[in-house]
Design a protein around this ligand. Structure first.
Ligand SMILES: Nc1ncnc2c1ncn2[C@@H]1O[C@H](COP(=O)(O)OP(=O)(O)O)[C@@H](O)[C@H]1O
Ligand SMILES: CC(=O)N[C@@H](CCC(=O)OP(=O)(O)O)C(=O)O
Length: 283
């Protein structure tokens, strides 16, 4: 058991990190793969509440790919992925919006609320936050890219002392358009850049970026990351994730981390300790 002085030391160890990141915006991409158990979800909420209470400005962008795939299967609707991105028919788009905006977004908001932090859930359709455009309509349908961001609604939520919780769906300027399904990793990086975030963290279901021997790579430059994509070491869902890290870094975010959302309190370990966890990508 820890002695009382050990407890104090743990708190003091966190002090430089609290000073460094206090008042800074930190975008946390909470992937569907890291939302697997009720216990992990609770711990994630506690981590966000603590970061918020010590003065940081966490912004959550969530995924939910696994839940979307499960509901589509339950409904007997086929779904396919190309390079880690879902092909989104009009029918799939309805389910994507139900799961992301209707279910997961509100679940995260309630969790944060239950732990004592005011949270406001929106999708990119709210307040004209994200405007999308087709990635490649013929091959991907309503899967989109972000064309434009108006950060005002999120800045207002932060100013109001709440944590923004964002579902990665973009609106359209065309009347009656169903909107766009945006890969949550790519949404997180664009949002991090537009909001001048200091850091972006991606919580997922692997220890970080793994090499061909399945060992964790703790630090990567952009060039090294591109090389791992080119030689096929990085595949599937990790492709949009590292693309998102690179986009965030090129847009001025100082560090991008890919960390294991299955590890207890991985967010606090990464942000408030010197040991860090997962893969850190920087310029
Ligand atoms: N080099 C790699 N290192 C780690 N994971 C990889 C790598 N290449 C492919 N992957 C895959 O990427 C997955 C993470 O992406 P994804 O399933 O989309 O997660 P999330 O729902 O968190 O966005 C991992 O579970 C793993 O199967
Ligand atoms: C275009 C595209 O692929 N959109 C994703 C959106 C959710 C997501 O990105 O969820 P994860 O972060 O849990 O993978 C999808 O439909 O699954």
């Amino acid at each position: 058991m820890k002695s009382k002085i050990d407890v104090v030391k743990t708190l003091l160890d966190a002090l430089p990190f609290i000073k460094k990141f206090s008042n800074e915006k930190i975008v946390v991409k909470y992937g569907g793969a890291a939302q697997t158990s009720a216990e992990l979800k609770e711990q994630f909420a506690q981590d966000i509440v603590l970061l918020h209470l010590v003065g940081m400005k966490p912004i959550i962008v969530h995924g939910g790919g696994k839940s979307i795939t499960t509901l589509l299967a339950d409904l007997g609707v086929d779904t396919t992925f190309v390079d880690g991105q879902r092909v989104t028919t009009k029918e799939v788009m309805r389910i994507v919006e139900m799961v992301l905006s209707g279910e997961i977004n509100k679940e995260i908001v309630s969790l944060l609320d239950n732990h004592g932090t005011k949270a406001i859930g929106i999708s990119g359709k709210d307040g004209g936050f994200l405007k999308g455009m087709p990635k490649d309509f013929d091959n991907f349908g309503y899967t989109g890219l972000i064309e434009d961001i108006d950060p005002e609604i999120v800045d207002n939520i932060i100013e109001d002392g709440a944590v923004p919780v964002i579902a990665p769906i973009a609106g359209s300027n065309i009347i009656g358009h169903p909107g766009f399904n945006i890969n949550a990793d790519l949404a997180a990086s664009r949002i991090a850049v537009a909001l001048n975030a200091r850091k972006v963290l991606f919580l997922t279901d692997t220890p970080g970026v793994l090499n061909k021997e399945m060992k964790l790579i703790t630090n990567l430059s952009i060039e090294q990351t591109e090389a791992l994509k080119d030689d096929g070491t990085i595949q599937g869902g990790m492709v949009p994730k590292v693309d998102a890290c690179i986009e965030a870094l090129r847009g001025g975010v100082k560090k991008a981390h890919i960390i294991d959302g299955r590890v207890e309190h991985s967010l606090l370990l990464e942000i408030l300790t010197s040991s860090g966890v997962g893969t850190c990508i920087e310029l």
